[in-house]
Design a protein around this ligand. Structure first.
Ligand SMILES: Nc1ncnc2c1ncn2[C@@H]1O[C@H](COP(=O)(O)OP(=O)(O)OP(=O)(O)O)[C@@H](O)[C@H]1O
Ligand SMILES: [Mg+2]
Length: 464
């Protein structure tokens, strides 16, 4: 059985010696430190399963010490030893996340019970985390919405390539779902039970990316206090998702190419060849061809990562997805909040359909979340939508979304939106709407019917 590391902090040599004698050496590996700073130093390189410390910490105030220990590892159980008179502080420390406290004098059996509980607690936390990521990995297909024909084609392609080991390059504007689809490829592949490791190449400083990907030896560079396995090792047998691949430096690109060609790489600072088996999925919101053309991305690497290419269309080119996504987001919100509007008024939906969505699905998600917070009725209305959406109609209606469509369709969109707003304004009274628009009521009825805009019959006979 593996022994648990128990770190004990006390400034007195006699207390530390006592502690070393107190613990059963077959079950525990005691480690002693003379103060919080020394303990922090230890925790930077090694792990402890439980920390036991006197509340009267030698170098600093006990509560601050607790905070600093948790900064090295938030899940680390800390057991405090209190003397007469410090019990109140111990209670305060429990409120701030200490695991338990022992009152002096305590007997060895008591210490062992508390330590064992702390170890069990930590194992449960770990198990919980593992299960959570497992659940996230197997999240059902119902989480991805695709109603537009363009997206059905994408989903079909994904289902076909997922089981292979082909590299997939996903291109799409920000918020189009590149992360979501990369995960789906992993879930549908034979690697689903192995890890899915995701790295954003633009979020990691250039000089660190190499050691993050390939790992490094201890002392490979200043600050490398400890050897580290890289993401390629972590993703071994699974899928590695390199997001914003276009931002990878030219210096690093040949190293990536090599590992993709033969699965071999060197850890930074090591001469020993390491091997890995990963399936690569890359994403970028920039056209990589342009980078290749301008010499910012290696052509050979581009061919290598681009075995299968998936273009995720921007939301404005798949407006059929908007109502389905809205329904999905509302349903998800309703699961967590009791008072969430259940639907979207036709006028608000018209605004959602005509907006250009530069931030794509992510922006729609935020808009719906915000609208359901500010809206106090059962329905999201134009008033609960942000100004940029409401402004679209006033600021010269044609938006980027419209010029992507044939004139006939854009005009129909306009008519739809115009009459929906008109009816809203007229309080659903068709006669009043007709007056406002300066058209005959029969003409208005025809228009509404042709466009499929719902209206209330006001009962007045139609004058022919
Ligand atoms: N088809 C979809 N169905 C349901 N939710 C989606 C869909 N596409 C995207 N989303 C949601 O939209 C948000 C943005 O998606 P994601 O992070 O995958 O986009 P991205 O293309 O990776 O964006 P970025 O380029 O900014 O990294 C996420 O919250 C995601 O859950
Ligand atoms: Mg992303």
């Amino acid at each position: 059985m593996k022994r648990s590391n128990i770190l004990f902090i006390d400034d007195q040599q006699s207390a530390r010696d006592l502690f070393l004698r107190l613990l059963d050496p077959h079950k525990y590996k005691p480690i002693v430190a003379s103060g919080v700073a020394a303990a922090e130093e230890y925790l930077r390189h090694e792990t402890a399963d439980v920390v036991v410390t006197d509340l009267r910490m030698p170098d600093i105030d006990g509560l601050e010490g607790l905070e600093r220990l948790h900064a090295t590892d938030p899940d680390l159980p800390v057991v405090l030893i209190t003397a007469f008179g410090t019990v109140e502080t111990a209670v305060e420390a429990m409120k701030r996340g200490a695991f338990d406290y022992l009152r002096k004098p305590f007997d060895p059996a008591e210490l062992e019970i508390v330590i064992d509980r702390a170890i069990a607690h930590r194992q449960l936390l770990r198990e919980n985390q593992r299960l959570r990521s497992e659940v996230a990995r197997h999240a059902g297909p119902e989480d991805i919405i695709c109603a537009a024909p363009a997206m059905t084609a994408v989903m079909d392609l994904i289902a076909r390539v997922a089981p292979s080991d082909f590299s997939v390059l996903m291109l799409g504007e920000s918020g189009t779902g590149k992360d979501v689809f990369a995960q789906r490829i992993h879930q549908l592949s034979g690697r689903a039970k192995q890890s899915f490791v995701s790295i954003n190449c633009s979020a990691i400083p250039e000089h660190l990316l190499e050691s993050e990907l390939f790992g490094h030896e201890k002392g490979a560079f200043s600050g490398a206090n400890q050897a580290r396995e890289g993401f390629f090792a972590e993703a071994d047998g699974g899928t590695l998702f390199l997001d914003e691949i276009g931002d990878m430096s030219l210096a690093l690109q040949p190293k990536l190419l090599r590992v993709l060609q033969n699965g071999e790489y060197y850890r930074v600072g090591s001469r020993r060849l390491a091997k890995t088996d990963v399936r690569l999925v890359c994403a970028s919101n920039r056209a990589i061809e342009d980078l290749v053309e301008h010499g910012q991305f290696r052509q050979d690497l581009y061919y290598r990562i681009n075995t299968v290419r998936i273009d995720l269309p921007p939301l404005r080119q798949r407006t059929e997805d908007v109502p389905a996504l809205v329904a999905h987001f509302l349903q998800r919100l309703a699961a967590h909040h009791p008072r969430v509007p259940r639907s979207v008024s036709p006028a608000a939906m018209a605004l959602l359909l005509e907006y250009a969505w530069p931030g794509n699905v992510r922006e729609l998600e935020h808009v719906i979340e915000r609208a359901s917070l500010v809206c106090d009725g059962d329905e999201i209305t134009p008033q609960s939508l942000p100004r940029e959406l409401r402004g679209a109609g006033n600021a010269g209606f044609a938006s980027a979304a419209h010029v992507e469509k044939p004139y006939k369709d854009a005009r129909r969109d306009f008519d739809h939106s115009y009459f929906v707003h008109l009816l809203d304004r007229a309080g659903n009274n068709v006669q009043k709407a007709a007056d406002l628009a300066g058209v005959h009521r029969s003409t208005l009825y025809e228009k509404l019917a042709a466009l499929g805009v719902p209206y209330d019959h006001d009962g007045a006979p139609l004058a022919k």
